[in-house]
Design a protein. Structure first.
Length: 155
């Protein structure tokens, strides 16, 4: 599979628009997005920034939709990002379920470890909002500056 940063961003943006409009996500689109997100931290961090342009509710629903269309072993990035979203929404029951799901599929995932520390410390829900706002422009610039980078390649 060959997918660049530019391809992945285009797929994600079209897919979230389709989701918001009630359209079904194609299996191939889900597979390509999942590959990109699970194999590149910049793409995972791009998902963290989605609520800036699409709102928290749409973004959470979109990530949930992606998660439901992949195998459990492929869900770890989606579950951790969605746990962040639900923490912001103060939906702690969903947070716990998502954290447990991510832990079951990839217990050593670094973002999962961060989320668990935030939960244990009972930091305010705005913690992830601030993190997203601080990170989004850096991630967007990096992706734009490296748009032809093939995800999965060793730089």
């Amino acid at each position: 599979m060959t997918i660049t940063y530019a391809n992945a961003v285009e797929l994600i943006e079209q897919a979230i628009k389709d989701f918001a409009n009630g359209l079904e996500l194609a299996d191939s689109t889900v597979a390509d997005i999942t590959f990109a997100v699970n194999n590149d931290l910049q793409m995972r961090d791009y998902l963290i920034g989605l609520p800036i342009h699409h709102g928290l509710g749409i973004s959470a629903g979109f990530i949930n939709e992606l998660s439901e269309k992949v195998t459990h072993s492929e869900r770890f990035a989606y579950d951790t990002v969605n746990a962040m979203y639900h923490y912001e929404l103060k939906n702690m029951e969903a947070v716990q379920l998502l954290v447990q799901s991510a832990e079951d599929s990839n217990p050593n995932y670094n973002l999962l470890k961060l989320i668990k520390r935030v939960i244990s410390a009972e930091w305010p829900s705005s913690t992830f909002t601030k993190m997203r706002n601080d990170l989004a422009s850096t991630v967007a610039k990096y992706i734009a500056d490296n748009s032809d980078f093939v995800i999965g390649d060793v730089a």
